[in-house]
Design a protein around this ligand. Sequence first.
Ligand SMILES: NC(=O)c1ccc[n+]([C@@H]2O[C@H](COP(=O)([O-])OP(=O)(O)OC[C@H]3O[C@@H](n4cnc5c(N)ncnc54)[C@H](OP(=O)(O)O)[C@@H]3O)[C@@H](O)[C@H]2O)c1
Length: 278
Amino acid sequence: MAATKLKITDAAPLLNSVSIPRLGFGSYLSTTNQCTASCLESLKAEYRHIDTAQYYENEKEVGNAVKQSGIPRSEIFITTKVVEPKGSIEKSYESLLNSVRAIDGEDGYVDLFLIHNAAVGTGPRKELWLALERLYKEGKTKSIGVSNYGVGHIEEMKEYASVWPPHVNQLEVSSPPQFSKPKGIVVEAYCPLVRNQKAEDSTLTAIAKNHHVSGAQVLVRYSLQKDWVPLPKSDTPSRIVANADVYGFHLEKDEMDKLDALDQGKNGSICLAVSNSL
Ligand SMILES: NC(=O)c1ccc[n+]([C@@H]2O[C@H](COP(=O)([O-])OP(=O)(O)OC[C@H]3O[C@@H](n4cnc5c(N)ncnc54)[C@H](OP(=O)(O)O)[C@@H]3O)[C@@H](O)[C@H]2O)c1
């Protein structure tokens, strides 16, 4: 698809043919008091994909927003992540089910369930993946994937996975492993706004000025044109709307190149730099 034709309704196919909306809404640090309201704002602004996690302690609030929105469940894509293994596949599976229940009720489902972090170790990675495969086979999650996995972690999964490769790898965009991912894994870009820490960067502000948009809008558009699935987070209604208003301009190749050149690899990481080795 030509970058100029990007639309807020765009979706990308996962390897199992499930469609994932290209623009997601992040919810890390969105508190229980705030999260439902922010997610409702995002749905009003036409986001159709919300990213939560056990670790964020707001799965229930995300689910409440989806219910309160009145939008059919089938039109909203919800991702969550499992934070830690529980000591057996059965116990970890129960922890996954608890998340599904919190988000979508007893008979509900999520659209994507991820292992949050590779750093739990080899045995726990296997335990969590096998629990996720069970949830997937039972239809309680429509797709499964990983987060903060390097190429070595993904290769290791071949030893035990019956679903391989994972459908998604969610990474901090400044981490290098995404450039050597196995074919077909969709890359989700977390911290796509670099948590606003680069707002004053002169390259970014010059590009933003050129298009009469904000630096945050340039960064979301950059992720979309890279074919990533960005997950910008905000609890500020005007920013929620603005961060999704990125379909009226196009970054030229030289601008994309300039933004690429800002990549500092692991040194630029503000959350977690992923290693390609185990
Ligand atoms: N898998 C993982 O390990 C992992 C790690 C980190 C994040 N994530 C996911 O990815 C999502 C995004 O990452 P993130 O939340 O860490 O960082 P981010 O989206 O890059 O930045 C969010 C921060 O930027 C501010 N902000 C938002 N829009 C803005 C704008 N237009 N102008 C100025 N500031 C703006 C927000 O403040 P306000 O809220 O006050 O507006 C918030 O402090 C998370 O929410 C989470 O869902 C996953």
